[in-house]
Design a protein around this ligand. Sequence first.
Ligand code: SF4
Length: 315
Amino acid sequence: MSEPKETNIQDLNPAQRAVLDQLGSSRDDRPVFAEDIGNHIRRALETAAEPYLSDLPPNQDLFLSKHELGQIHGCQTKYMAERDEEFEWAVNIARGSIVHKAVELSMNWRKEIDPSVLVDESLARYEQDSGSLGYWLQGCSEVERAELRSESLDAFTKFLECWPPLKPAWRPVSESRLRAELCNGKLVLSGRADLTLGTPDGFRAGKVIIDLKTGNFAPLHVEDLRFYALIETLRMGVPPRLLATYYLDSAQFSPEEVTEELLMSTVARVIDGIEKYSALIYKNQVPKEISGPQCRWCGLLESCSTGALYLEESL
Ligand code: SF4
């Protein structure tokens, strides 16, 4: 197998050039934030969260991920039903982990990149892992494994087609864990960004946080990345520069610049989520049925007239 060759701009296809155009910026175009923005955001969040955290039993902390927050703001009946279910891996859930691992391997791969080799390496890595995905892979059927390989290969091949090779100077990090502890550790916000590029320079923003998606645009994707921008601001003291969801099937970006207003609106969404969580879990509030596209794949649909009516009207 041959060594990968250095890529020049003229070697890039139009989709790859579009990625560079969307994500690139000169130093002078990057925003400089106030020096106290991290503390300001933290104070706002902690002050508003404290009254709800006092509802928590002693020695219990509140962990919020983008998934949890999205669920709480969606249909509360569905959220409460799924909360009691044990998490189970499936092909569509495992695909993201396999693709992200392949992206991570591709960043440091010294030979020419063959997508199928990297997807197989990624599968093999997880199969040897003692984590829950490893256990699932060891026990899944041949059909499930074949579907997982096929879907992962499709997504990873699209990534390689549409993205320019990631240069080390861009500081690419795949599956970057994000975590912020607030209120003396009583509230923990956590997440894992699919891909980050760049780094801040003092209080000049520089990081781009990217989510890679195989489906279509959904408003929740925007909220998910805003949540990551909030965590990044809390941990670094300076916000990221740009948020971008990249849709692999259509080779389209949904980018958003980070501002203080965006972060404060995300603080409000997190607090609203904590309030709903506290009311549902600790004050026995009756969960609300909130219909939407999620009704299509909701396990409660058969017995839910709200969901059935929504789907009937949206035909
Ligand atoms: S069918 Fe829709 S409204 Fe009913 S519980 Fe499920 S998500 Fe909620």
